[in-house]
Design a protein around this ligand. Sequence first.
Ligand code: KG4
Ligand code: ZN
Length: 331
Amino acid sequence: MNILGIETSCDETAASICKDGKILSNIVSRQIIHTEFGGVVPEIASREHEVLLNKVIYSALVSSNMNLKDLDAIAVTQGPGLVGTLLTGISFAKGLGLGLEIPVIPINHLEGHIFANFLANKELEFPFVCLLVSGGHTQLWLINGMENYILLGETRDDAAGEAFDKGARIFGLDYPGGPEIEREAVGGNPNKIPFPRSLISKNSLEFSFSGLKTSLLYFMDQFEENSEVSLKDVIASYQEAIIDTLIEKVRRALIHTKVDTCIIAGGVAANTSLRNKISLVIPEKKIIYPDMSFCTDNGAMIAYLGELKFRYKSDYSLKFSAIPNLKLTKL
Ligand code: KG4
Ligand code: ZN
């Protein structure tokens, strides 16, 4: 079974081919045009998808040694995301699906991030806890099975990815901030500045990152690099505060649910310091994350989940549209 996955929820134009659970190609074109604006400009992102979609899909087919006639279905991100960018992908998918007379399967982007963990970890079994950390979401879920998800806690304000992006802006680094902060933190002392870890209350599984960002703003107002404290120390300490907060909540969630495995999903899962530290702090539990190329937005997670859904149900109506605030559960 050959599934084309299309992802256009934000600023990555991405396409992938999944054949019987295996990813044959994973083409991602990140729109660097947004770097000069310090964040994604929705109108520009939609126009860029329009230009890039053809090329990216063609490239995914060519690197899989396939042509359009080989496709059995198309999976496309329905939400959450920017309405205009989602619509470019959905319209393209519908046009292609109609032309080829094959079904178009709407996919929840967040569910895609979660299931990306099965790509490198085929032995992964339900139930597991999921730390979902992206540019727009920071949530803890108990994943009992396909479409059986229980929300354990989420952020009250900024998402973890947003904390990286806003911090990077304060440091004068480029967008997206996560990889920039990670790179600049190398060689810095993560324990130099005791930035606040907002743990809310003793057993809370909720997150809050706005206080950390404000504390960085005040700190940088006064800060001058000297022989005692380098900018690298500050960046490493800021990153550490985000990571420590995430890890502590995962630890609590695993105790609360009595589950042995936690997966990390979403762009922030690409952070190497988070990956390394979480297993050191919680050595008794199994911590799983996707390969780097499947952490940030990609078409492979959409194609892979599309295939799982298609095996379960094969008739899909074209009567669906973009849902910018699509949730993982209906509640
Ligand atoms: O999942 P994703 O690609 O897009 C959304 O669905 O939002 O996540 C993007 C977020 C951005 O905030 C970006 O700064 C963050 O993931 N990110 C990282 C890293 N790579 C991407 N954060 C920390 N460390 C990274 N290496
Ligand atoms: Zn994402």
